[in-house]
Design a protein around this ligand. Sequence first.
Ligand SMILES: *[C@@H]1O[C@H](CO)[C@@H](O)[C@H](O)[C@H]1NC(C)=O
Ligand SMILES: *[C@@H]1O[C@H](CO)[C@@H](O)[C@H](O)[C@H]1NC(C)=O
Length: 281
Amino acid sequence: MPKRSNFRPLFLVLLHVIMVLSETPLAPALYVFGDSLVDSGNNNFLETTAVANYKPYGIDFPLGPAGRFTNGKTIMDFFAESLGLPYVPAYLSLSNDEKSKVATGVNYASGSAGFLPERGTALRLYSIGSRKFVVFKMGPLGCLPAIVNSANRKPNTPCIEAVNQLVIIFNDKILETIIKLRGDLENSTFVQGNIYLSSYTTNLEPCTFGFTAGRSICCVVGGNGTTTCLQNQTPCADRTKYIYWDTFHPTEEVNRQTAIGCFSGRSPCVPLNINELAQRQ
Ligand SMILES: *[C@@H]1O[C@H](CO)[C@@H](O)[C@H](O)[C@H]1NC(C)=O
Ligand SMILES: *[C@@H]1O[C@H](CO)[C@@H](O)[C@H](O)[C@H]1NC(C)=O
């Protein structure tokens, strides 16, 4: 396998996640596809520099640095807990024997993943019985510190709006794909995770949402504020006050708030939340 380049491709699909709940009663399985935001350790097994299996990653996770690109739980970890499922194991962490036996779901997400063939993936899962899909659109990538700090000129807002405009176009395409799939796939239910606006608002007014550290970065990073966490450096003490764990990825607290809203609230997941989706016959 060719060595994958550094962190650049990472942001292409940040917060663009496809999640599948299998059939009732209450979601016996959770399959996860996506990028570093929901990777639970696949990249540990790939020849890539985009890994997060060292301290301080996982400082607030029970198992320590296991490959999650944040200080604690990902959104998928919170969903698994709410559904009463075990944390979804990284596909590449399983032995061949385990791969054939695991029945509660598998995580295929990989940090630095390129664009997913969304439609092909969804069709394949449908053909083997999946009927419930959750698709997260992309967040405002133009607000990521890594993007802002690597720009030549400081923007007028906290974000590079030209990048966000591209995200908006991409998100419109995702919506078109969802509408098409919903029409093509009998009995399917699609939930959209519309995280763009809430995340954008949080970036503009962090304090309003309790993130009193603003847009500063919790762990120690290099490259003038454009990299993932440097190894073995002490991160900020109160992680709940920060939006950003490293220059690409949110803290567990951001993941928690997104997950709670999506699981049982009225936003960012529409037209159903995940609890309603799981109950659906
Ligand atoms: C759709 O649901 C109906 C009613 O439960 C069922 O009879 C039918 O086989 C389902 N079709 C597909 C393709 O799942
Ligand atoms: C950080 O920025 C300074 C000043 O612009 C530059 O000289 C230096 O090469 C940069 N370092 C890295 C690692 O990008």
